[in-house]
Design a binder for this molecule. Structure first.
Ligand code: FES
Length: 646
């Protein structure tokens, strides 16, 4: 080995020749590759994991210090701790998603799925001959014939509202008009001149907690602007059942909830239109996906029966209506609104979108798809059969009901690590601001790190004897672990996690794990049958898959089988807006996917109780985590009573 080594970082394709002896993190910094380094390279946080793809013989052997942060599985796959690994020769290093920094915090992003652009709504520019004494055909007849001659559109009829625009529009630009056509059947607008380049749609994901909107250019399918905001229905109840109860108090209450969500959507429309410099009236088509309750409230349908056994929705198939039917919606009044189909009372259009994005109905591989939210939907299967269930996981991972919990906003602690031996704590906040609270991804990291450091046991109990005195607080709600002392926090108090916070998170993770576990039992599948674990949902995009697995949020799937698709409800809504085929696929999903009612499954209570443990009562189902905890000597003090003996 000479003194110069060539180092390549993937997936960036960046390459640099450096003197040997530098750490991987040193080289990454030199070349501008961002690797998470919460402890600034001291080797205590373990967050700077990278994979040596080529040249493993050209690094120093793995040390005990590194082993503290790596599972056996990771060691076998070639993972190293970047700040502790010195480079001695040529190598190729890949930086996994979870070790990269700088992800956007705009929680609307989702995958771009390639589709054939074929929106229901299109514009056609046409030059219509003038009426003369020799050709006294009506305006309608001349227009329709011109559209047949030029575009072959034979089955068109004109909406009443468009017919009213026709005589004026035709004469304003000497017969040059642009017609807006829905489904090659209905003309919904007639505009003077050539406006064919300005044809827009709006796709919305109506979440119980958050609304996300996407302004789309229907001529090319591109996203022109996105916006997100809280659902204005939240003051009526954080959970769906409270909102259903409110809506049942009378027609006016139902309308109030409908107006609230439409107001929120209008806000998104206005934000997007302003940023893209278009007028809301230029939005001719829109697409909405949401859980069944949101679907009903948006359409003004009573969701009462969704909440009552046997939990049936009023409408299941996709709905296509004129925007004017939702009178306050701020788009072209006589444009179209599409609302995605639902699968059942507790599984709505957002799940249809998840399954569409994962393309589960045509997949030869068995996919476990988890969309984490206040309600978490879990789909499992392949082209033979797909089953779905819904779990009430609650809003704890969104920071609600957690003492210092908060949403993923500036100042939220989003990554956290605790050195298993020294208990030195490192963290990263969003925008590198002073810490003001902790968001979902930080909470999941925190639980995993407390467990690995032996500060919390498998039942979620904080072990006060293991907590350094300066990090221990006692209050009316029991003991708490200090994440950030007041003097370095951005608020006037310590940022802590209490045992009751842990309890809330434990309930949430247990709900998700129980759902996944029962689905596997019912479908007769084992862990080895699962080829892919897809985590959907805007929040899911930010969690560390290893931390989530360590706490037992889902079964112990190999990390390389886990992928993130972000806000797939939003992605699905965009797909349905821009492709008629996707609307047909959506109806097929709603028809063919089987719904599993978790609560009536005989294993439910037992499985839920077992899932309350971190990661799970039977550690043999978590061999990787078991091995890691054993190596960290967590067998006796923190795992007692779990049937785990080293
Ligand atoms: S930066 Fe490498 S362990 Fe923290």
């Amino acid at each position: 080995m000479n003194g110069i080594c060539e180092v390549t970082f993937q997936p960036y394709g960046k390459r640099l020749s450096v003197e040997s002896g530098l750490t991987i993190l040193d080289v990454a910094r030199r070349i501008g590759v961002d690797i998470t380094s919460l402890c600034a390279g001291k080797g205590t946080c373990g967050k700077c994991k990278v994979k040596v793809e080529f040249g493993s013989e050209n690094v120093e052997p793995i040390t005990q210090k590194e082993m503290k942060h790596l599972s056996r599985e990771e060691v076998n796959e070639g993972y190293r701790i970047a700040c502790l690994t010195r480079i001695l020769g040529k190598m190729i290093i890949s930086v996994p998603e979870r070790s990269r920094v700088g992800k956007q915090r705009l929680q609307t992003e989702g995958l771009e799925i390639p589709i054939v652009l074929d929106p229901s709504t299109k514009k056609y520019f046409i030059d219509v001959p003038r009426a003369t004494l020799n050709d006294p055909r009506s305006d309608e007849e001349r227009l329709l014939q011109s559209l047949i001659d030029r575009y072959g559109l034979r089955d068109l009829t004109i909406d009443y509202e468009a017919a009213r625009q026709l005589p004026v529009s035709l004469r304003k630009e000497n017969g040059r008009v642009t017609v807006v056509v829905w489904n090659d059947q209905r003309i919904m607008a007639i505009e003077p001149g050539d406006t064919s380049q300005r044809c827009y749609g709006f796709a919305v994901d109506i979440g119980s907690t958050k609304l996300a909107g996407f302004l789309i250019d229907l001529n090319n399918g591109k996203v022109m602007a996105t916006a997100a905001r809280m659902n204005p229905q939240i003051p009526y109840g954080e959970d769906i059942i409270s909102r259903i109860n409110y809506s049942m108090a009378g027609q006016d209450k139902l309308e109030e909830l409908q107006e609230a969500v439409i107001d929120g959507i209008n806000d998104l429309i206005n934000q997007c239109c302003e940023s893209a410099k278009i007028r809301p009236e230029e939005i001719y088509d829109s697409s909405f996906v949401g859980n069944t309750c949101m679907h009903h409230l948006f359409l003004g349908l009573t969701p009462k029966h969704v909440a009552l056994s046997p939990y049936v929705p009023a409408i299941k198939r996709g709905v296509q209506i004129q925007a004017a039917k939702l009178s306050s919606l701020n788009t072209y009044k006589y444009g179209r609104v599409y609302v995605a189909p639902v699968i059942g009372g507790f599984v709505g259009g957002d799940s249809v979108a998840d399954i569409m994005v994962a393309d589960m109905l045509t997949s030869g591989e068995t996919i476990l798809d988890i969309d984490i939210g206040t309600n978490t939907e879990i789909a499992l299967g392949n082209k033979e059969k797909v089953t779905i269930c819904s779990c009430a996981s609650g809003p704890a991972f969104e920071g609600m009901h957690i003492k210092h919990g908060m949403r993923a906003a500036t100042g939220a602690i989003e990554r956290i690590s605790i050195d298993p031996e020294t208990h030195e704590l490192s963290f990263r906040t969003i925008d590198d601001a002073l810490p003001v609270g902790i968001c979902g991804s930080g909470l999941i990291d925190l639980l995993a790190e407390l467990l690995k450091a032996g500060i919390m046991d498998c039942k979620g109990k904080l072990l006060d004897k293991q907590i350094p005195p300066q990090l221990l607080r006692r209050g009316t709600d029991g003991i708490a672990f200090v994440i950030v002392p007041q003097k370095t926090s951005g608020i006037d108090t310590d940022i802590v996690v209490t045992e009751s916070d842990i309890r809330e998170l434990q309930l949430a993770k247990a709900a998700i794990h129980t759902g996944a576990s029962i689905m596997m039992i019912r479908m007769g599948l084992s862990l080895n049958d699962i080829s892919k674990l897809i985590i959907a949902g805007a929040f899911g995009n930010y969690i560390d898959p290893e931390s989530a697995r360590t706490i037992g949020m889902y079964p112990e799937v190999a990390l390389d089988k886990i992928s993130f698709v972000g806000n797939s409800a939003g992605t699905g809504s965009r797909m349905m807006l821009t492709s008629k085929e996707c609307k047909i696929y959506a109806d097929r999903i709603a028809e063919e996917v089987h719904y599993l009612e978790l609560a009536i499954q005989p294993e439910f209570i037992e499985e839920y109780a077992k899932s309350m443990f971190f990661p799970y009562m039977d550690l043999d189902k978590y061999p990787i985590t078991k091995e890691l905890l054993t190596r960290l000597n967590r067998s006796r003090d923190s795992l007692e009573g779990v049937g785990f003996v080293s």
